[in-house]
Ligand binder design. Structure first.
Ligand code: NCD
Length: 311
């Protein structure tokens, strides 16, 4: 029994295989439409979500399986004081696999220690979000043809943005990656990630507050929302929320094959006039999120199809 809590729980070879399966699902969805018949996914969401929860559910339905769960802590026994450990033990009796989102860092890890079925971290506080990273990697590979040798800029809330933390951790294992960290001083990437991930893997990086001067250098731009729910002060949030707004006008100096990503939801950080630019790939990223979660569910349930599409 295996869980996905941190993106490093998967080797680069395993990630490549998952991306290959996702590519195959995109080409041959019918081949996969019954592989999870009789299996149940539980989505335990203690924090708001649109994409992650619904894409997990859509993924399981498209594999022929079923879904149960809750979408807010208030409607679960957590509101009566039940621990994550007990909730997980209970849900393991009903479901074959669990996807959990929780505001507390480490909650899905605790869940995985008490579960008898695989647990997937669907976002834990300001920490990690490995399945968004898989979606990001699939989008980048489909767009650039490879996960090596490109320059990526992360822009916005690098302090609390869990999608940023997980994607940087994944990219640090690739070859020829250069990173621009673009944020206000108050929202810089946590120093533990700089030290344990970037410096340890000798990743070349530039830290700046200036999006416009970095933009012409980038092959991929990863915009992020300022994570309002992680701020202690409303005033501070209001001061920082509009630090960066990507507009069609600013993109004039960017590369022609720039790939613009955003895990979504966006608030103001990408103006809607960018949406029709062929370099905008954040809605493709949403679709990739569903296909890669299909591949991941299969992997964690031990379902592998051979070349001919039989189990
Ligand atoms: C992200 C998250 O929840 O961390 N959203 C997502 O899962 N696609 C990003 C965000 O909320 O800003």
């Amino acid at each position: 029994m295996r869980s996905l809590i941190n993106i490093l729980d998967l080797s680069t070879e395993e990630i490549d295989r998952l991306l290959n399966v996702a590519d195959d699902i995109i080409l041959n969805p019918k081949k996969y439409s019954e592989v999870c018949r009789g299996k149940k996914l539980a989505t335990l969401f203690f924090e708001p979500s649109t994409r992650t929860r619904l894409s997990f559910e859509a993924a399981m339905y498209e594999l022929g399986g079923n879904v149960l769960g809750f979408s807010e802590a208030q409607s679960s026994s957590a509101s009566k004081g039940e621990s994550v450990a007990d909730t997980t033990r209970v849900v393991s009796c009903y479901a074959d696999i669990i996807a959990m989102r929780h505001p507390k860092e480490g909650a899905p890890l605790v869940a995985s220690m008490h579960s008898t079925v695989p647990v997937i971290n669907a976002g834990d506080g300001g920490h990690n979000h490995p399945t968004q990273t898989l979606a990001d990697l699939l989008t980048i590979r489909r767009n650039k043809g490879s996960l090596d040798n490109f320059t990526i800029g992360f822009c916005g809330d690098l302090k609390f943005g869990r999608t940023v933390h997980s994607l940087i951790t994944a990219l640090a294992r690739q070859k020829g990656i250069k990173i621009y960290l673009i944020s206000p001083d108050e929202l810089k990437l946590p120093s533990y990630i700089k030290k344990d991930v970037m410096k340890k893997n000798a990743i070349e990086y530039v830290q700046t507050t200036d999006l416009e001067s970095a933009l012409p250098e980038l092959d991929v731009l990863y915009m992020t929302r300022v994570q309002k729910e992680r701020f202690f002060s409303e005033e501070e949030y209001i001061r920082l929320r509009d630090s960066y707004i990507l507009t069609a006008d600013k993109l004039k100096n960017a590369k022609e094959d720039l790939c613009i990503l955003h895990p979504l939801p966006r608030v103001n950080e990408i103006s809607t006039d960018v949406d029709s630019d062929p370099r905008a790939h954040y809605f493709d990223q949403v679709l990739c999120g569903k296909y890669i979660r299909m591949a991941l569910i299969m992997e964690l349930l031990g379902i592998h199809l051979d070349e001919g599409g039989k189990e």
